[in-house]
Design a protein around this ligand. Sequence first.
Ligand SMILES: Cc1cc2nc3c(=O)[nH]c(=O)nc-3n(C[C@H](O)[C@H](O)[C@H](O)COP(=O)(O)OP(=O)(O)OC[C@H]3O[C@@H](n4cnc5c(N)ncnc54)[C@H](O)[C@@H]3O)c2cc1C
Length: 245
Amino acid sequence: MLMMKAGVLRPARLVSLRKLNLDSISNGKDGVLVVGAMTTLRELERSAAVKEGWPVITRALRTLSNVRVRNVATVGGALAHADPHMDLPPLLSALGARATIAGPQGERSAPIESLYAGYLENTLRRGELITHIEIPPLGKRRAAYLKCTTRSADDWPALGMAVVLDGGEARIWVSAATDKPTRLLAAEKILKGQITDEKALRQAGAAAAEEVHIESDLHGSADYKKQLIRVYLARAVHEARNAVH
Ligand SMILES: Cc1cc2nc3c(=O)[nH]c(=O)nc-3n(C[C@H](O)[C@H](O)[C@H](O)COP(=O)(O)OP(=O)(O)OC[C@H]3O[C@@H](n4cnc5c(N)ncnc54)[C@H](O)[C@@H]3O)c2cc1C
C-alpha cells in the first residue's frame, strides 16, 4: 500500500496473506521467540512473552508511528518493505534475529540484516515469502532502541539507533540516516571493553558519523543526521546500560 501510495508500484493483482495462519507468537527451541509474519505490530507490542523476555521490542513498538498503523501493519510487511526508516529492522538485526523464508525452492533462514540491498530494495527472491522470524533470547544482554523524529513524535524517524550490549561488547545498528540498516563496526571496535568510558563513547560517536554514507531526506540534512549519530550513539549506549533487562 505504501508503494502504491507513493506511485512506485501499480500492481495488476494483490494477494492477501491473511488466511495463511501465520499470526502466532510462540516459544521455539532454546528460548527463541518465533513470531509469524502476519502478526500485527500491535499484537507483538501487547504480547506478555515479548514484554517479559524482550522488553526493548515492546518499548520500541510503543513509539512506532501510531496505534492505527500498528493495528494493521504486520511483522512480515515491516521487514519486507525495506524502507530504511522502518524501526524494526535495525533493532531485530542488533538482537541477532533471523527470518524464515519460504519459496518455490523450499525454506531458508536468513539474518534480518541480509534482507536489505538498498533503499526500498529487499533481497527476497521471486515467489518468496517471509513466514516467521526467530528472535534469540536476550539472556544477560542489555538492549536499547532510540530514534529521533523531527516533525511529530509519531513521524517516521530521521535516525534510528539500536544497541545491544553483551558483556564489554556492543552491537550497534543505525537506520533512517543510511539507505539500509547498517552496522557501525568502527564504533563497536572503539567501544570494545570501554562501554562505560565517556571519552570512548564520544570517539565512537565521531567514528560512527564518518563510517557510513548518510543521505539527506525530508527528515533532515546529511550534516544534521551526522550530528544525530554522534549524540544518539552515546545516548543509546547509556540507555542500554541502564536497561532493566
Ligand atoms: C502513515 C504511516 C506511518 C508509518 N510510520 C512508520 C514508522 O514510523 N516506523 C515504521 O517502522 N513503520 C512505519 N510505517 C510502516 C508500517 O509499520 C508497515 O510496516 C507498513 O505500512 C507495511 O504494512 P503491512 O504490514 O500491511 O505490509 P504491506 O503493505 O501489505 O506490504 C509491504 C510490502 O511487503 C511485502 N510483504 C508483506 N508481507 C510479506 C511477507 N510475509 N513476506 C514477503 N513480503 C511481504 C508486500 O508485498 C509489500 O511489498 C508507517 C506506515 C504508515 C501507513
